[in-house]
Design a protein around this ligand. Structure first.
Ligand SMILES: [Zn+2]
Ligand SMILES: [Zn+2]
Ligand SMILES: [Zn+2]
Ligand SMILES: [Zn+2]
Length: 192
């Protein structure tokens, strides 16, 4: 059955567009993370929400720990996307973090304001947020060897302090309207 990749509603065969989101449907069944039950896109390696490795991957596609090339990763840091093994990861509220302590504290104070697949767009948004006195940080999966092979599928997240999220959204929305960037899905990702 076709389903909407944004709101995850399933439609009858033959329907091609989500009535609510007005975006093309995709074929198949929506997949949900076995750890946190959040929606995962069919080509996601790690759950966006909790970082846990998705089990449906063919075994030769399983990424290795970036610190231990002989071990399979159990997930990717939800902040920087770094693939990590059990030993190199920390779990906090069911989410995976790499051994960089800053990433756990960032997670507690920062939220994702925008996700894109291009470095250029992320840097442009960061510059505009900084222009509005918002302390934005960019995390780029392209920094990790595993994702360089994935090209356009690797994600770049622009994160802002939780307290400035509303403000950041306004800046980003204004930019998108101005520059005609592809729309950000507007659902609130609660990282509490
Ligand atoms: Zn929809
Ligand atoms: Zn998950
Ligand atoms: Zn990290
Ligand atoms: Zn490791």
């Amino acid at each position: 059955m076709p389903y909407c990749p944004q709101c995850h509603v399933e439609y009858q065969p033959g329907i091609v567009e989500c009535a609510d989101c007005v975006i093309p449907l995709v074929e198949g069944t929506p997949q949900f993370c076995h750890n946190c039950r959040e929606f995962v896109r069919p080509d996601d390696t790690f759950c966006d929400n909790c970082g846990v490795l998705q089990q449906e991957l063919p075994s030769d596609d399983t990424p290795e720990c970036e610190n231990h090339p002989d071990r399979n990763a159990i997930g990717g840091c939800v902040i920087c996307g770094k693939p990590v093994c059990d030993e190199c990861s920390t779990r906090h509220n069911g989410r995976i973090f790499c051994e960089n302590d800053n990433h756990l504290s960032l997670h507690q104070g920062f939220v994702v304001a925008y996700t894109t697949s291009t470095d250029y767009e992320a840097e442009m948004i960061k510059a505009n947020l900084e222009g509005a006195s918002i302390n934005a940080v960019v995390f780029n999966q392209h920094d990790h060897v595993y994702f360089t092979n994935m090209g356009a599928l690797a994600m770049v997240n622009v994160m802002v302090p939780r307290s400035q999220l509303e403000e950041a959204r306004d800046v980003i929305n204004a930019l998108i309207n101005e520059e005609g960037l592809p729309g950000d899905e507007d659902d609130e990702k609660e990282n509490a």
